[in-house]
Design a protein around this ligand. Structure first.
Ligand code: GDP
Ligand code: MG
Length: 170
């Protein structure tokens, strides 16, 4: 039996928490020290989703402008894109639409898109409300979740939601 493989790309401004979300999912760890991602990294994990086993290739990207030119080529065969904003950073939320546009212009509707409000443990200092996040997802016709790489809250369910949305031919 061959295990079906899917490429999932993580997008969003610098420091929103892309690398940390991936690290929590992959290794169940969290590092409070910021290590900027240079260029693009990828990691793979085989997961069981209900009765199927699939392999996820997680593509971490750097949000810096100088790497943006690379993004279309990395989106080319993506099955899903996870676009993050930081719930304590309004600008990162304002840029969500631009990131989702990048995905849609490269992949049309062939790619699941999920918007994630990251750092939900910082809720006391949030500047983006839950309902604003949900509304944005509704407007852009994407999935949505908040999550915390620090506490782990909603991280597993978020990946599960993405995995369940992937096309599967039996
Ligand atoms: P990236 O540039 O999008 O990859 O962001 P990083 O994952 O490198 O995270 C940027 C900074 O935010 C780091 O200092 C992380 O420790 C911190 N961070 C990431 N996720 C969370 C989170 O869920 N909660 C909190 N409190 N801090 C986080
Ligand atoms: Mg990073």
């Amino acid at each position: 039996m061959t295990v079906k493989q899917y490429k999932i790309v993580f997008l969003g401004d610098s420091s929103v928490g892309k690398t940390s979300l991936i690290a929590r999912f992959m290794y169940d760890t969290f590092d409070a020290n910021y290590q900027p991602t240079v260029g693009i990294d990828f990691l793979s994990k085989t997961v069981a989703v209900d009765d199927r086993t699939i392999k996820l290739h997680l593509w971490d990207t750097a949000g810096q402008e100088r790497f943006r030119a690379l993004i279309p080529s990395y989106l080319r065969d993506a099955a899903a894109a996870v676009v993050l904003y930081d719930i304590t950073n309004r600008a990162s939320f304002d840029h969500i639409e631009k990131w989702v546009d990048d995905v849609r212009s490269e992949r049309g509707s062939d790619c699941t898109v999920m918007i994630v409000g990251a750092k939900s443990d910082l809720s006391p200092s949030r500047v983006v409300s839950v309902s604003e996040g949900q509304q944005k997802a509704q407007d852009l016709e994407t999935l949505w979740s908040e999550a915390s790489a620090k506490s782990g809250e909603h991280v597993k369910t978020l990946f599960r939601k993405v995995a369940l949305s992937l096309p599967f031919d039996r």
